[in-house]
Design a protein around this ligand. Structure first.
Ligand SMILES: *[C@@H]1O[C@H](CO)[C@@H](O)[C@H](O)[C@H]1NC(C)=O
Length: 439
C-alpha cells in the first residue's frame, strides 16, 4: 500500500484503524447476544462491522416471521458466545424496500448469512437449536487449522455429534481444501500440524500422515493411511459420511440414497429389542468386511410405512434381509429371505455370498419409497386442486357475466411496483421446509 509505505510505522496505523472501528462498533451495536434491529442507516455499517452476521429480512405482518422471531432470539446468545461469534440482526424489509430489492428479497422471512460481507442464502432449519448448529457449520472454515492438542479437542467438542469429522494428522491443508469445500455441509474438516503421542493413542493411529474419521453420534472411528490422492481421499470420506450400520430415518435416507453403493437392508420388528441390537452388531462386522455395500436397518415399530414398502410388517417373517438399490428395486436372496435366530452371523455371510453369486429374486418396492416421491405426490394433489378451482371459478364467472354483471378484477398489484410478497414456506416441527432442499 502506497499510503502506509510513507508512514514510518504502519503497524500503529493499523492499530489506529482497528481502534476506530471498534469504537464505532461499541457505540452503535450491542454485542450482548440480543438480536439487533437494523434500519437503512445502520445496515451497511453492521455488515462491515461483523465478520459473521445473519440477517432476518422480515415483514411485520407476516405470520411466519412472527414465529421465527422468538427462535432467533433464543439462538442469538449461543451464536454470540462462539469463539468466532455470529451476530443475528433483523431488518424490516417491507419498510426498507431499497435494501430489500438490493438483496433480492422475494419472500418473507428471508435469512441471509453475511460472511465477511458476502451474503449466502440460509435455507436450513429455523428452530433455534437446529439453526444454531447449522449456522455454526456454515460459518466455519472449510478446513480448520489445528495448532495443538487443545485446539483438536476444542474442534471435536465444538463440532457436536450430528455430523462426521475428518482430521488430517500431519496432512497439508491443501490436500483437503477441495473436498472440505465440497462436503462442507455434511462434515467437519480439520488438519493438525502439532499433536502428541496421547492424541495418536486417543484417535487410534500409529503413523502419519493419517486421515482420521470420527462420527461421535454413532461412536464410529476409522483411519486412512493413504494414498493421499484426491480420488482415494474422496472414497474414504464418502464411506465415512455414514456410520457402518445406518438406522433408517428421514435424514439418513437422503444420505443413503446419495451414496452410490447398494444398500443391505435389514428389517426387524423393534430396533430397541435386545435381539435386534445383537443383530446390528453382527451387521457392523459384516459392514467392516464388505465396504462395497452400505448397511441399513429399520424396525417396523420405528417406521411401519417404510417397512411396508418392502412387504415387511409386524407378524410377518422378521427379521427380513434384502438388497435395495435405493430406488424401486430390491433383491431377496433365495432361501435367506428371513433370518433364523440361530447363528445369524453365518446367515449374513451366506446372504452376501448368495447375492454376489446372483441367487436372487428381483422385487419391486411398493409405493413411494422416498421423500422425493412423497413431494411429487403432494405437488400432484396441489395441481389437481388448482385445476379444479380454476374450473369452478370459470364456471362461476361465466354464470356472472351471463347475468350481465361485471367481472370483478383481481386486487391491483402494489402501487410501488414492488413484487407482492407472500409468506414463504416455513418448516414443520423440525424446521424442514416441505419440498425445499435441506442442507
Ligand atoms: C470453501 O468452499 C467453497 C465451495 O464449497 C468455495 O467456494 C470457497 O472458495 C472455499 N473457501 C475457501 C476459503 O477456500
Amino acid at each position: 500500500m502506497a499510503a502506509t509505505s510513507r508512514h514510518s510505522n504502519p503497524i500503529s496505523l493499523v492499530l489506529l484503524c482497528s481502534t476506530l472501528i471498534s469504537l464505532v462498533t461499541s457505540h452503535e451495536f450491542l454485542t450482548d447476544g440480543t438480536v439487533i434491529e437494523l434500519d437503512e442507516s445502520s445496515f451497511d455499517s453492521a455488515i462491515a462491522t461483523f465478520d459473521r452476521i445473519l440477517v432476518d429480512f422480515y415483514a411485520p405482518w407476516c405470520g411466519h416471521c412472527k414465529r421465527l422471531s422468538p427462535e432467533l432470539d433464543s439462538a442469538a446468545p449461543a451464536l454470540a458466545a462462539l469463539k468466532e461469534p455470529v451476530v443475528i440482526a433483523k431488518l424490516n424489509a417491507d419498510k426498507y424496500r431499497k435494501l430489500a430489492s438490493k438483496y433480492e428479497i422475494d419472500g418473507f422471512p428471508m435469512l441471509k448469512l453475511f460472511l465477511h460481507g458476502v451474503p449466502v442464502d440460509y435455507t436450513g432449519p429455523r428452530k433455534a437449536e437446529l439453526l444454531t448448529n447449522h449456522i455454526k457449520k456454515i460459518a466455519s472454515p472449510n478446513v480448520t487449522l489445528l495448532e495443538s492438542d487443545a485446539s483438536i479437542k476444542d474442534f471435536v467438542k465444538g463440532a457436536g455429534s450430528d455430523l462426521p469429522l475428518f482430521i488430517g494428522f500431519g496432512l497439508e491443508e491443501i490436500a483437503l481444501a477441495k473436498l472440505g469445500g465440497q462436503y462442507k455441509k455434511t462434515a467437519w474438516f480439520g488438519v493438525a500440524k502439532d499433536f502428541s503421542e496421547e492424541t495418536m493413542i486417543l484417535y487410534d493411529f500409529d503413523k502419519f500422515p493419517a486421515l482420521v474419521s470420527l462420527y461421535p453420534k454413532y461412536n464410529e472411528r476409522n483411519v486412512f493411511y493413504g494414498p493421499f490422492k484426491e480420488a482415494f481421499l474422496e472414497d474414504f470420506i464418502k464411506q465415512n459420511l455414514l456410520p457402518l450400520t445406518v438406522p433408517i430415518r428421514y435424514e439418513t435416507l437422503k444420505l443413503l440414497r446419495d451414496d452410490k453403493r447398494k444398500i443391505i437392508l435389514v428389517i426387524v420388528e423393534d430396533e430397541t429389542e435386545g435381539k435386534s441390537v445383537n443383530l446390528v452388531k453382527i451387521l457392523r462386522s459384516a459392514a467392516t468386511a464388505n465396504r462395497d455395500f452400505v448397511f441399513g436397518f429399520i424396525g417396523v415399530k420405528q417406521w411401519a410405512d417404510f417397512a411396508e414398502t418392502f412387504n415387511a410388517a409386524k407378524g410377518l417373517d422378521l427379521p427380513k434381509m434384502l438388497v435395495w438399490d435405493g430406488n424401486e428395486e430390491y433383491y431377496l436372496v433365495e432361501g435367506l429371505e428371513r433370518l433364523e435366530e440361530e447363528d445369524q452371523a453365518s446367515q449374513v455371510s451366506r446372504f452376501l455370498e448368495g447375492y454376489r453369486e446372483g441367487k436372487t429374486i428381483k422385487m419391486k418396492a411398493k409405493g413411494p419409497t422416498d421423500s422425493m416421491k412423497l413431494v411429487i405426490g403432494v405437488a400432484l394433489v396441489l395441481v389437481i386442486v388448482v385445476i379444479v378451482s380454476v374450473v369452478v371459478a370459470i364456471i362461476y364467472l361465466a354464470g356472472e357475466t351471463g347475468d350481465g354483471t361485471q367481472i370483478r378484477h383481481a386486487r391491483p398489484e402494489n402501487e410501488s411496483g414492488y413484487k407482492p410478497i407472500s409468506d414463504s414456506s416455513e418448516g414443520t416441527e423440525e424446521g424442514y421446509q416441505g419440498g425445499d432442499k435441506e442442507d
